[in-house]
Write a protein that binds this ligand. Structure first.
Ligand code: TYM
Length: 329
């Protein structure tokens, strides 16, 4: 039984990459672990958002968590900004972080590219993420591959603080990554990862997409001129990505899928993948519609915040004491 923590930003619609890289693990892990799943809304404001759109996205992600099978009886589900400890711990960690290591974060480099001066929130993003994780004495963090660098930074910060303020300050967490699905690539450009913010909406499959949007996105997906279905990430990255998605959604090994399609064309693979996706996503969308409009959702989130706060307050007290910020008299 381990303490598990992870989060997703409420920025746009959750896509297949988020599901296959991270959310699928959230659901599996809750069977034998103590899981805490957060909607990281404070991370979402590192790039300013329309408040009404943000509110809606927060509730959409919460409803999707439950629709995918996160069970609030087993796991804590809550919204980050409902627990003040995240911001408080983030500052304490900021004071042990260095501008050099934060400037080396790939995500920061990509997002601040082309800007003479980047928003400070974007720069501090990984420190807030470290606070999210360390606040709950987390042992395991299920995430996609793209978060590896942030997890390593979290471990470095925790070890550094423990060295300065006492080994009991933080538990050192570990990342958990899927063997297949840890990095789902964009459908129109298989050299970059599937992302919520890419301009072309057909570059991703969103969990709430209609069957016709799924069909269009898959049928348009970039392939190659080889014309043979093989798993070759170098030469046929588009087909490799489709095979990865197929395999992750059906739990069938890639080798077997390649055998099944021996002598068949890309069109056949794409057509069947559309069916697989529609079959997988339709029940999720039906549950989502029920949960999103129910009165239960706000109650579940309020109860989750209360439980999360109780754990967070204990950590904050311990960390403050170690820093010399508490227990003065
Ligand atoms: P976010 O919201 O960008 O993504 C949520 C999760 O989805 C994974 N992911 C992918 N996995 C496979 N293929 C892809 N193309 C793909 N795109 C995204 C991400 O790795 C992530 O696990 N910084 C985090 C949010 C966060 C967090 C945390 C996570 C804030 N605090 C504490 C864990 C623990 C992020 O941007 O996720």
């Amino acid at each position: 039984m381990k303490r598990v923590f992870s989060g997703i930003q409420p920025t746009g619609n959750i896509h297949l990459g988020n599901y296959l890289g991270a959310l699928r693990q959230f659901v599996d892990l809750q069977k034998d672990n103590e899981c805490i799943y957060c909607i990281v809304d404070m991370h979402a404001i590192t790039v300013p958002k329309d408040p009404e759109v943000l509110k809606k996205s927060i509730m959409d992600v919460a409803a999707l968590y439950l629709a995918l099978g996160i069970d609030p009886e087993k796991s804590i589900v809550f919204i980050q900004s409902d627990v003040p400890g995240h911001a408080e711990l983030s500052w304490m960690l900021t004071c042990s972080s260095y501008t050099g290591e934060l400037s080396r974060m790939t995500q920061f480099k990509q997002k601040s590219k082309m800007q003479e001066s980047a928003p400070t929130g974007l720069f501090m993003y990984p420190v807030l993420m470290a606070a999210d994780i360390l606040l709950y004495d987390t042992e395991v963090v299920p995430v996609g591959d793209d978060q590896k660098q942030h997890i390593e930074l979290t471990r470095d910060l925790a070890k550094r603080v423990n060295g300065k303020y006492g080994e009991d300050t933080f538990v050192i967490p570990e990342g958990r990554y899927m063997k297949s699905g840890a990095r789902i690539m964009s459908l129109d450009d298989p050299s970059s990862k599937m992302s919520k913010s890419a301009e072309n909406e057909y570059s991703r499959i969103q969990l709430l997409d209609s069957p016709s949007k799924i069909k269009k996105s898959i049928m348009r997906a970039t392939t190659d001129s080889e014309g043979v279905i093989r798993y070759d990430q170098e030469k046929q990255p588009g087909i490799a990505n489709l095979l990865n998605i197929y395999s992750a959604c059906t739990n069938k090994p890639v080798d077997e899928i390649v055998k099944d399609y021996d002598g068949k064309g890309y069109g056949a693979l794409k057509k069947d993948l559309v069916d697989v996706l529609v079959e997988n996503l339709t029940p999720v969308q039906e549950r989502f519609a029920e949960i999103r409009n129910s009165d239960e959702l706000p109650k579940i989130l309020a109860a989750g915040a209360e439980k999360a706060n109780a754990i967070a307050e204990k950590t904050i007290k311990r960390v403050k004491d170690n820093f010399g910020l508490g227990n003065r008299f």
